[in-house]
Write a protein of this length. Structure first.
Length: 149
């Protein structure tokens, strides 16, 4: 299931602080909770997972075990945040070699956030087109069944 928050926003093209851009963007799309304050967000598991691992090494696959160890948290916590990113279609599953064994890993889709975002935009467009069809049908039925008032 594709799920993403869409809010009115101003492009963050006027700042060079990657953390400010990341925090704002990740809160706006619904990955991070709002209201935590910058220091709280930067120290959080989901922020560190995204920035320190997925963004610093976007083409590398990370296993849930690796991330849980590196972030000193549990696998269920890691999977909760991975699943949120996957529901936005920002992450993809990849085969990852760990200690000579192939394991399921995760990385930024296509190893590039800008390319991944193209995929997200396509999903948003498709969702909006489907909403438009629903609204059109709803309006038709409202006219037929409820009469114009």
């Amino acid at each position: 299931m594709f799920e993403l928050n869409v809010v009115s926003n101003t492009p963050m093209t006027g700042t060079d602080d990657i953390n400010v851009i990341a925090e704002t963007f990740l809160v706006q799309i619904g990955y991070l909770p709002s209201g935590s304050g910058p220091s709280g967000l930067r120290d959080s598991v989901p922020y560190r997972m995204f920035m320190d691992y997925f963004m610093k090494h976007p083409s590398r696959g990370w296993t849930a075990d690796e991330l849980a160890t590196l972030l000193n948290t549990t696998k269920p916590t890691i999977y909760r945040h991975i699943n949120k990113l996957k529901s936005m279609d920002l992450l993809e599953s990849v085969d990852t070699e760990v200690d000579g064994q192939t394991r399921k890993g995760f990385r930024i889709r296509y190893g590039d956030l800008a390319l991944a975002w193209n995929f997200v935009e396509s999903n948003v467009k498709m969702a909006m087109d489907n909403y438009r069809k629903t609204v059109t049908r709803f309006q038709e039925l409202a006219k037929d069944q409820m009469g114009e008032r």
